[in-house]
Ligand binder design. Structure first.
Ligand SMILES: *Cc1c(COP(=O)(O)O)cnc(C)c1O
Length: 422
């Protein structure tokens, strides 16, 4: 086998990569005149070159047609959100009427909790992972309080049971067995943002439903990263954002999934006119009649300019396809792992599960030797155009994204770590 750390090795892997041309579809930020090794697609994905044309089309239509833009042409604003529906459904494994692009992530979480978190005295509790993304915890805690319950007893956090900070399915099953009779809701991540651990969603749905709970997911770090089958998994609802692996731009309009079996739900919801039955919306009647499916959860007419880049992004996902992206992702992240194991184990400890089935593209790497040493390495990398992100107290997250990262990028990371150590 050729030397893993050689240029020739990475170049051969890149040459054999069937998705290598997709990198040219993105604007790559520069460092000292050359592209960065950008591993922060888990935070803000890169800009598809096609995004600008979609945004400009909206600006042009607004300039030339003004209010008529709502009703004219293929990309009329009245149905603009429908332009992304099929592509989104393919990315998350849903039926088209089960998904909608609207609002932002935490807003969607709250809106769906209005319908899907219905606590009673007997069943007031929400199960979530310890160390969840703060916004999710704030949302859940405030919902528990809003309903007059006590987060101290009714927000049940499953602690990691492995040394690396991951949570086994056995621990989740135990928590559901212990608290099941009190659970109104299980709200779980598809991929945990801090550890990069991916979960078996269908199994969590099965366990949650068997205990009589509703099961929802936050897929912020899963969508566009792992192939998902939300419909078949049986999730009641899910929410996610589009600015991470979906590359739809800062603050992009987010996504939501409502399972078909709830398409005509009489669950409570906070209603707005854009969720009203589309055929009669403009009769402007006083009674709210929801559009069946996910569309019925919309409140407002969507921010068209913020939705436009998602069209460019989804076109790339459709061309590349999730199975092909996942196949590359396993190899690309596998190469990163190999390099660490072969030559950087004295500097970096991999916290993310070693089993590819339990992770997406991200590896969370603990820098051995504590916080100061970790920060020093992080800054050394950034100063050389190798961009990861920092999680206190001593973790660097590296997310090689199969749409635009190369094996060469991964090698550059590993070599820069090696340079720092010596
Ligand atoms: C990125 C992320 C968020 C961010 O929420 P916004 O409402 O989009 O600002 C929330 N939750 C999780 C799990 C995330 O990964």
């Amino acid at each position: 086998m050729s030397d893993l750390f050689s240029d020739a090795h990475a170049a051969a892997l890149d040459a054999a990569d069937p998705l290598r041309t997709f990198r040219d579809e993105f604007h790559l930020p520069l460092h000292a005149g050359a592209p960065q090794a950008y591993f922060v697609g888990n935070s803000l994905g890169l800009q598809p070159k096609g995004a600008r044309a979609h945004v400009e089309q909206v600006l042009e239509k607004w300039a030339s047609e003004a209010v008529e833009g709502h009703f004219t042409g293929d990309a009329q604003w009245m149905d603009y959100h429908a332009l992304v529906r099929d592509g989104l459904a393919r990315v998350v494994g849903a039926q088209p009427q089960e998904v909608v692009a609207m609002n932002s992530l935490t807003v969607n979480l709250h809106l769906l909790l209005v319908g899907f978190y219905r606590p009673t005295r007997e069943r007031p509790a929400i199960l979530l992972e310890a160390g969840s993304f703060p916004s999710d915890r704030y949302a859940l805690e405030s919902q528990v309080r809003f309903h007059g319950f006590d987060p101290a007893t009714d927000l049940i956090e499953v602690e990691p049971d492995a040394e690396d900070g991951t949570i086994s399915m056995a621990a989740i099953a135990r928590a559901i067995a212990t608290h099941g009779h009190r659970l109104a809701l299980v709200l779980w991540p598809g991929v945990q943002y801090r550890t990069g651990q991916a979960f078996d969603l269908a199994e969590i749905v099965r366990l949650g439903h068997a205990a009589g709970a509703v099961v929802g997911f936050d897929l912020a770090h899963a969508v566009g990263n792992l192939p998902l089958q939300l419909h078949d998994a049986g999730a009641d609802f899910a929410v996610w954002c589009h600015y991470k692996y979906m590359n739809a731009g800062p603050g992009a309009v987010a996504g939501a999934f409502v399972h078909e079996r709830h398409a005509r739900t009489d669950r409570p919801r906070f209603a707005g006119w854009w969720g009203h039955d589309a055929a009669s919306r403009f009769r402007m009647g006083p009674q709210f009649h929801p559009t069946p499916g996910a569309d019925g959860w919309q409140l407002s007419n969507p921010p068209i300019l913020a939705l436009a880049p998602l069209r460019a992004s989804l076109a790339l996902f459709d061309r590349a396809t999730m199975p092909a992206l996942r196949a590359k992702s396993e190899r690309l992240t596998g190469y990163l792992e190999q390099l660490i194991d072969a030559g950087l184990g004295d500097v970096l400890q991999v916290l993310t599960p070693r089993d590819p089935a339990q992770r997406g593209c991200q590896l969370s790497l603990r820098v051995r030797g504590g916080r100061d040493r970790g920060r020093a390495l992080f800054e050394f990398l950034a100063a050389r155009g190798v961009l990861g992100d920092w999680r206190e107290p001593d973790v660097i997250r590296i997310a090689p994204v199969p749409l635009y990262n190369t094996y060469g990028d991964v090698l550059r990371f590993a070599r820069t770590v090696r340079e720092w150590r010596t």
